[in-house]
Design a protein around this ligand. Structure first.
Ligand code: NDP
Ligand code: ZN
Length: 351
């Protein structure tokens, strides 16, 4: 089979590999739609995972089952499925402790284009099909469905980690696809005021669609000052970080009220440490909580997100700005995520 791969850091290309083989509990899936992720860009161009040679990229896909192992009970060849980007090992102690994302090691629930070949291929392997796949109903278009696999589960996890209460004031830093889903998730959880931080007009408009009540442009000056102005010096109850760098964490600590929560779903790619401003953190005594997490995967998560889409609580189509048909467009779609032209939120390739 063919796959679009990271040949090494900064090197991309098509490669040939043997078709994957399912273990007794696994499935082999043929993709129907895939989407490149900002994380693929971190992987290839920033060496986020260290060097990987000839690793097929991609972790966002919906597809059709091509083969199942002998012990798979609930799925059969031909079923259309949602494939979460996190596919945990469900028989692990970390799962019993409540952290499926870290099954068998920190961040190890994320396997595609990390520990094994990803989804930009004719076929890809899914461990523990009964526990990791969800049926994709015909009512949900492929382009929207593929947004559940990472963008929605990640952004919504941002809102979950932030522990949004009814009426909470929330800042969502970064309004790319992940932050936009942070806004949508915050609204569903009952947030009051939602301030989105970003600059590109297409994202600003979409942030308002998903529930942002105010927008702050980080290119127009210090975001702490802008948010303090908007909140009459009080700050906000919750901050979701889905963009920016190390210094953005310091800004988040500054703008959150005592007792507030900062929920980080951003990838921090450089430096040995992250800054926490001492005084703004109440010299350690301000009850300001900082949490960060990898997106949850698995079947139940996907079925629950699927219901939010099916019953029209969230319209994922607004995230997808560029759609290509045919695997030969994967490179083009991926490079769009690197260059982020002003009209882009997410690109999708259908097969
Ligand atoms: P995008 O690049 O599309 O969005 C980033 C956002 O951050 C944009 O709105 C950008 O604004 C804004 N931004 C950039 N610099 C600053 C700054 N200095 N201050 C404030 N805002 C800033 O990324 P995605 O939405 O695709 O992904 C967001 C992050 O989530 C990435 O780091 C990605 O790797 C990570 N991720 C994490 C996952 C998890 O499981 N935790 C899963 C998937 C992704 P503008 O574009 O207007 O300049
Ligand atoms: Zn991703």
């Amino acid at each position: 089979m063919k796959g679009f791969a990271m040949l090494g850091i900064n090197k991309l290309g098509w490669i040939e590999k043997k078709n994957p083989v399912p273990g007794p509990y696994d499935a082999i899936v043929h993709p129907l739609a895939v989407s490149p992720c900002t994380s693929d860009i971190h992987t290839v161009f920033e060496g986020a995972l260290g060097n990987r040679e000839n690793m097929i990229l991609g972790h966002e896909a919906v597809g059709e089952i091509a083969e199942v192992g002998s012990e798979v009970k609930d799925f059969k060849v031909g079923d259309r499925v949602i494939v979460p980007c996190t596919t945990p090992d469900w028989r692990s102690l970390e799962v019993q402790a409540g952290f499926q994302q870290h099954s068998n090691g920190m961040l190890a629930g994320w396997k595609f284009s990390n520990f094994k070949d990803g989804v930009f291929a004719d076929y890809f392997h899914v461990n523990d099909a009964d526990m990791n796949l969800a049926i994709l109903p015909d009512e949900i278009p492929l382009e929207s469905a593929v947004m559940m696999t990472d963008m929605m589960t990640t952004g919504f996890h941002g809102a979950e980690l932030a522990d949004i209460k009814m009426g909470s004031s929330v800042v969502v830093i970064g309004i790319g696809a992940v932050g936009l889903m942070g806004i949508a998730g915050s609204k569903l959880r009952g947030a009051g005021r939602i301030i989105g931080v970003g600059s590109r007009p297409v994202c600003v408009e979409t942030a308002k669609f998903y529930g942002a009540t105010d927008i702050v442009n980080y290119k127009n000056g210090d975001i702490v000052e802008q948010i303090m102005d908007l909140t009459h010096g009080k700050g906000v109850d919750r901050v979701i970080m889905a963009g920016g760098g190390a210094e953005t964490l310091a800004q988040a600590v500054t703008m959150v009220k005592p007792g507030g929560v900062i929920s980080n779903i951003n990838y921090h790619g450089s430096g040995d440490t992250l800054p926490i401003p001492r005084v703004q953190w109440g010299c350690g005594m301000a009850h300001k909580t900082i949490r960060g997490g990898l997106c949850p995967g698995g079947r139940l998560r996907m079925e629950m997100l699927r219901d939010l889409v099916l019953y029209k609580r969230v319209d994922l189509s607004k995230l997808v700005t560029h759609v290509f048909d045919g695997a030969e467009n994967i490179e083009k779609a991926l490079l769009l995520m690197k260059n982020k032209p002003k009209d882009l939120i997410k690109s999708v390739v259908t097969f």
